[in-house]
Ligand binder design. Structure first.
Ligand SMILES: [Zn+2]
Ligand SMILES: [Zn+2]
Length: 352
């Protein structure tokens, strides 16, 4: 075991502060990574404040962070895929049982024994729970380490490991989007990635937003048009015309409105999770044989495919780089959606 510098929160009401945490020495199959950038995901904030207590209560101290990019510093003797110096990424998962139907189907994110990057029981016993990427280093099983294409900006790669795969996976799953009409609801951390991917897949892309002033940015990110969702006339003009809509809203809203935007056999996929259940009209689904789905990140193989796709199409997240010392301020701004479009923590700041 060795000690690594990190930022942790001691309780649901405490700020994140500097600390040191134990990390295991790399075992035969492990990769040790010097973390260069870590994105700030909205899940980090929920977990730090224990806002998902009913589903997954937070164990304190918590070290959040599951959008990790860094450089390999050491590998175990049985590691075949990586060597020191490689640029790599780690997302929301650091282990699974490797044997269940989900693991066999390459959807490790649904493994009942999946180990999440933070706040999951630590199978190695290094600490009570796993500690995430707000740290100078991490040690991860090589099967859960991803290769980062050399041409991409590392600060902008970090958010691909959660926000990227969360939006890439459902669109890929839906099928070939070439020439299809795709909607993205809300232009935030997830939505801006959704727009970039939909455009790269060759879709005709529209952004639904409540803020008309996001128009220019949406077009710059790759949208062909912007629909102000509070404008009944604009909404009516697009009713029944979409093949696929990605709904990234995490706050309560009426999904029937977006079901109404879909054409026959259209699909609405939710990736945001408001606390209260949605009211869904059966009529909104059966007239047009429409479907409503959910999606959560992606498996390891698909996450690698996404990173390779980003390398080939030069796609990264739009980020604001901050030093770790500004993380609490960043959380406050995140609650007001005051970021374009993701914070990426420069971990060199942790060394100071
Ligand atoms: Zn996340
Ligand atoms: Zn499994």
């Amino acid at each position: 075991m060795y000690q690594a510098k990190a930022y942790s929160a001691a309780s649901a009401t405490a700020p994140l502060t500097a600390t040191t945490i134990p990390r295991r020495e790399p075992t035969a199959r492990d990769v040790q990574i010097e973390i260069l950038f870590c994105g700030i995901c909205h899940s980090d904030l929920h977990a730090v404040r224990d806002e998902w207590n009913s589903v997954m209560p937070t164990v304190y101290p918590i070290v959040p962070g599951h959008e990790i990019v860094g450089r390999v510093t050491q590998v175990g003797k049985d590691v075949t895929g990586f060597k020191p110096g490689n640029m790599v990424g780690v997302g929301c998962l650091v282990d699974s049982d490797h044997g269940c139907p989900s693991c066999q189907a390459n959807v490790e994110q649904f493994c009942p024994d999946a180990t999440f990057t933070y706040n999951s029981p630590d199978q190695h016993g290094t600490a009570p729970v796993t500690y995430g990427g707000y740290s100078e280093s991490i040690v991860v099983d090589e099967n859960f380490v991803l290769r980062v294409p050399a041409n991409l900006n590392l600060a902008g790669v970090a958010p691909l490991l959660c926000a990227g795969i969360t939006t890439y996976s459902p669109m890929r799953r839906w099928g070939n989007l070439q020439g299809k009409k795709v909607g993205v609801v809300c232009l935030g951390g997830l939505g801006h990635m959704g727009v970039k991917f939909a455009r790269a897949f060759g879709a005709k892309v529209a952004v639904f937003t409540t803020s008309p002033n996001k128009r220019e940015d949406a077009l710059r990110l790759g949208a062909h048009e912007v629909i102000v969702s509070t404008d009944a006339e604009q909404m009516q003009a697009h009713a029944g015309s979409f093949d696929f809509i990605l709904d990234t809203v995490a706050a309560e809203h009426d999904v029937n409105v977006y079901l109404g935007m879909l054409g026959v056999d259209g699909n609405l996929t939710l990736v945001g999770a408001p606390e209260k259940p949605y009211a869904v009209s059966a009529f909104a689904l059966i007239f047009g044989r429409k479907s409503l789905s959910g999606s959560m990140i992606g498996g390891l193989q698909e996450t690698q495919e996404m990173l390779d796709f980003c390398g080939a199409h030069n796609i990264t997240s739009d980020v604001e780089i901050i030093p770790i010392q500004k993380v609490n301020e960043a959380y406050e701004r995140l609650t007001k959606s005051d970021v374009k479009y993701r914070f990426s923590i420069d971990m060199a700041s942790l060394k100071g």
